[in-house]
Design a protein around this ligand. Structure first.
Ligand code: PLP
Length: 441
C-alpha cells in the first residue's frame, strides 16, 4: 500500500495556523510536531481527507465517537429533534433521558447535565466538598480529569508527602496556573495501592472530602484495578466520610451502558460521564449521583450553572445513543472483537520485525505500548517506549490509520470486518518504517 500524500490537506492545515494557535484546538506541553490532517467526509469507521484519501478512524474523537460516522439512525433522530425545537431551557426529553441513565448506571439516582468532562469533574468536586464539609481531594498518578488548574499535572513531593507539586518537564504542566492550587487542594497518590490510600486517610482523612479516579485507568496506559482494590477504596471512603467519585468520562457508555462501575461491581457516590454519552457528534456531560448529595442543588446550597446545560439537541443525542446501544444487543461484544483483531494485527506486524508490542485495556478501548510487558502502573513505561509509540501513531497516519493520542484506539458501532482488513493491509508497512527509523535512536 503506497504512502498517502496529502498536499491539499497540508495546505489547508498550514493556512489555519495563521488563525488557530499551533493550527490545533488543544495542546499539551512538549507535544511533538504532528501531521495535521483535516477531514471533510466520514462513513462508519472511515474518514476522507481533503485530498480524498481514505483513513481508518481509530481516533474516534478521543473516544467520544461511539455511533460511527454517518450513522443514519442517529443522524435522523438528531435532525428530527432539531426540526422540533432548538434552544429552550427545558424540553420533553429530560425525564426520558434521566430515567434511562438511572436505569443503567448503578450510582445514578439523579442527574445534572453539562457540556465537558472538565467542567463536570469540577462541579462534582464542589458537590463532594459541600456534602462532606471537607476541603481537599485525593487523585491518582496517571489519571486525567481535565485541564483545570487544580487537577492537571504535577507529581507528589515524595511518597511520605503525597502533595502534588509542579515540575519543569511536566507534559501536563502549564504557565499561568493559579499559584499553589495543586498543593492547596489535593493529594496525589499511586493508584492500585490501597495501603498508600489508607495511610493518607488515617493521617489526613479529616480534611479530605473526595477521592476521584478513573475506575479503569485509561489515561495511565489502560490499567485495570487490582482485585479487591476498588472494594477497599469504597470501604475506606465510607469509613472516613469521603465521597467517592468515578470519572467515567471515557468508560461511561463505552464499556457498557452502566459504565465501568457496572462491570466492576463497585458503586461510587458520584459519577462523571461525558464523551461517548452523546454518541460523538455533540458535547454532553453529566454529574450523576446519590439523591441526598444532589439534594444540595435542590436546597440551593451548591451552585451549578451553564447556558447550554441540558440543551435539547444534546439530550436528543444522548437518547439516540442509548437507544442505539440498547437495541443492538451484542454491540459491546462486536465492537470489542473487531478492536481486538486490530490489536492482534498490530502485535503480529511488530513481531515480524522484532519490535516488542503489547496491547492492553478493555474491549472497545485498547492502548498499545511498544514494550515487552503490559503497563501496570502509569510510570512503568520509559521514554524510549513513549517516543516509539508516538512515532507509530505519527507514521501510521501516512498509511491511512488514525490512532488516538497516546497510542489509544477505539471502536464504534459501525466497525466491521472490512475495517480489520483495511488495517491489516496497511499496518505492516507502517511498522516496517517505524522500525527503520527507531533503529537510529
Ligand atoms: N476525565 C477523563 C477520564 C478524560 O479522559 C477527559 C478527557 O480526555 C476528561 C475528564 C476531560 O474531559 P473534556 O475533555 O470533555 O473536558
Amino acid at each position: 500500500m503506497p504512502k498517502l500524500k496529502f498536499p491539499e490537506s497540508q495546505k489547508v492545515a498550514k493556512q489555519v495556523k495563521n488563525y488557530l494557535p499551533g493550527g490545533v484546538h488543544y495542546n499539551f506541553r512538549y507535544a511533538g510536531k504532528d501531521t495535521i490532517i483535516p477531514f471533510n467526509k466520514g462513513k462508519g469507521s472511515r474518514v476522507w481527507d481533503l485530498d480524498g484519501n481514505e483513513h481508518l478512524d481509530l481516533f474516534c474523537k478521543f473516544g467520544a465517537l461511539i455511533v460511527g460516522h454517518g450513522n443514519e439512525e442517529y443522524n435522523a433522530k438528531l435532525m428530527q429533534y432539531m426540526n422540533k425545537v432548538l434552544s429552550v431551557d427545558q424540553c420533553d426529553l429530560e425525564g426520558l433521558v434521566c430515567e434511562r441513565i438511572i436505569h443503567y448506571v448503578p450510582s445514578a439516582e439523579m442527574v445534572r447535565f453539562g457540556l465537558s468532562g472538565t467542567e463536570s469533574v469540577q462541579n462534582a468536586i464542589r458537590l463532594a466538598r459541600a456534602y462532606s464539609g471537607k476541603p481537599k481531594f485525593v487523585r491518582f498518578q496517571g489519571h486525567y480529569h481535565g485541564n483545570a488548574d487544580n487537577i492537571i499535572g504535577g507529581r507528589p513531593q515524595s511518597a511520605e508527602h503525597p502533595i502534588p507539586v509542579e515540575y519543569e518537564e511536566d507534559f501536563l504542566g502549564t504557565d499561568g496556573r493559579a499559584p499553589n492550587i495543586l498543593q492547596a487542594q489535593s493529594f496525589l497518590l499511586p493508584w492500585n495501592d490501597a495501603i498508600a490510600l489508607e495511610k493518607l486517610l488515617q493521617e489526613r482523612g479529616h480534611e479530605i472530602g473526595a477521592v476521584i479516579m478513573e475506575p479503569i485507568c485509561i489515561n495511565g496506559g489502560g490499567i485495570l484495578p487490582q482485585p479487591g482494590y476498588l472494594e477497599k477504596v469504597r470501604e475506606l471512603c465510607d469509613r472516613y466520610h469521603i465521597i467517592l467519585i468515578f470519572d467515567e468520562v471515557i468508560t461511561g457508555f463505552r464499556v457498557s451502558l452502566g459504565g465501568a462501575q457496572s462491570l466492576l461491581g463497585v458503586t461510587p457516590d458520584i459519577t462523571v460521564l461525558a464523551k461517548a454519552m452523546a454518541g460523538g457528534a455533540l458535547p454532553m456531560s453529566a454529574i450523576v449521583g446519590k439523591k441526598e448529595i444532589m439534594q444540595l442543588y435542590v436546597d440551593q446550597k451548591v451552585i451549578h450553572a451553564g447556558t447550554f446545560n441540558g440543551y435539547p439537541l444534546g439530550l436528543a443525542a444522548v437518547l439516540a445513543t442509548i437507544e442505539l446501544l440498547e437495541n443492538d444487543v451484542s454491540c459491546y461484544e462486536r465492537m470489542g472483537n473487531y478492536l481486538l483483531q486490530i490489536g492482534q494485527s498490530l502485535v503480529e506486524a511488530a513481531k515480524n520485525v522484532g519490535m516488542l508490542m503489547v496491547v492492553q485495556g478493555v474491549p472497545g478501548i485498547l492502548i498499545f505500548h511498544s514494550q515487552e510487558k503490559p503497563v501496570n502502573s502509569p510510570g512503568s513505561y520509559d521514554d524510549t517506549t513513549k517516543l516509539r509509540d508516538i512515532l507509530i501513531t505519527r507514521i501510521c497516519k501516512d498509511y491511512g490509520i488514525q490512532f488516538s493520542k497516546i497510542s489509544r484506539f477505539y471502536s464504534n458501532l459501525m466497525m466491521n470486518e472490512t475495517d480489520v482488513s483495511f488495517f491489516q493491509e496497511r499496518i505492516q508497512e507502517a511498522i516496517d518504517e517505524v522500525q527503520r527509523i527507531s533503529e537510529i535512536f
